[in-house]
Design a protein around this ligand. Sequence first.
Ligand code: SF4
Length: 296
Amino acid sequence: MQGQGIGEHPLIQHDISRRGLLKFCSAMVSMLALPAGVVHVFAEQLNKALSRRPSVIWLSFQECTGCTESFTRSHAPTIESLIFDYISLDYHHTLQAAAGEAAEAARLEAMERHFGHYLLVVDGSIPVADEGIYSTIAGTTNLQMLQECVAGAAAVFAVGSCAAFGGLPAASPNPTGASGVADLMESGQIETKPLINLPGCPPIPIAISSVLAHYLVFEQFPALDASRRPVSFYGRTVHERCSRYHYYEEQKFAEQFDDEGARQGWCLYKLGCKGPITHNACAVYKWNEGTSFPIE
Ligand code: SF4
C-alpha cells in the first residue's frame, strides 16, 4: 500500500494517539465484521480518504431531526466526530452555519465542484403526493431537490427509518405520499445509485460512522441484506441480544406496564414488543454513549 503512514494520519495530528487510532480502526473492523488482519490497511486507507476531505451533502426532508441529534450527541468528542471534522460537510440544515440563499448556494457549489464524487446522506421521507408540495426547501420540493442531488452523487446513504422505508410519515393513510429513497429509485422517480439503508428511529450513530468509514476506505458498501441494510449491524434481531431475553426463555412476561413483572424487568413480549421481528443492533451498541436502549 502506498501513501501516508499512520504516524502522519490527520487524526493523529488532531491529538488522537496512534494507539487511539488503531483502537478506533480495530473497533470499526470488528463492527463491520471484517478480517482482523486488515486493521492497519483500514487505518492507512482511511487516512488517504480523509486527506482528500470528501464532500458530503446531507438532505433532511420529512423528519424530526432525531437522526442528526442521535449522531451528534453520541460519543462526542470521540473519533466519530473528528471524522466529520475531516469530511467536508457542505450542506446540512441543522449543522451548517449558513442559512437561506447562502446555504443553497453552498449546496449548488458543492454539487458542481464534486459532481460524481460527493456522498449524499438523506434523512426523512420524501412526499410525492400532489407533485410533492407538502414539503419544500427554498421553493424546491423535496423530490426535486433529491432528483438534483442524486444525479451527481457517488453513493446514497438513507439514514433513519423514514429515509429508508418511509417511516412514521408513511403511516396509513399517508396523506403526503411519503416515500423512502429506495422506493423512488425503484419507481424511476430518481436516478438509481448505490444505496445503503440505515433504518432506526433514530439509527445507531456508530452504524452511520462505520459504514461511512467503510465506503471511504473501500469505495463500496459493506455486505448488505435484501433490504440494503449492512448485515454486520442488521443481521440479527433485537430480541436475540436483548437484556430481557432470559426472561423470555423463562416465560416471565410483564402483562401490564405497571405490574410486578414490569417492575421486575421481565420480557415485554405480551405488551407488544417488536424486538423479535426488528433487525438492528440496538441492544449491543445502544445510545447515549452506550447507556441504554428503549427496551432496557
Ligand atoms: S423484551 Fe422484546 S426484545 Fe426483549 S426478550 Fe422480550 S420480546 Fe425479545
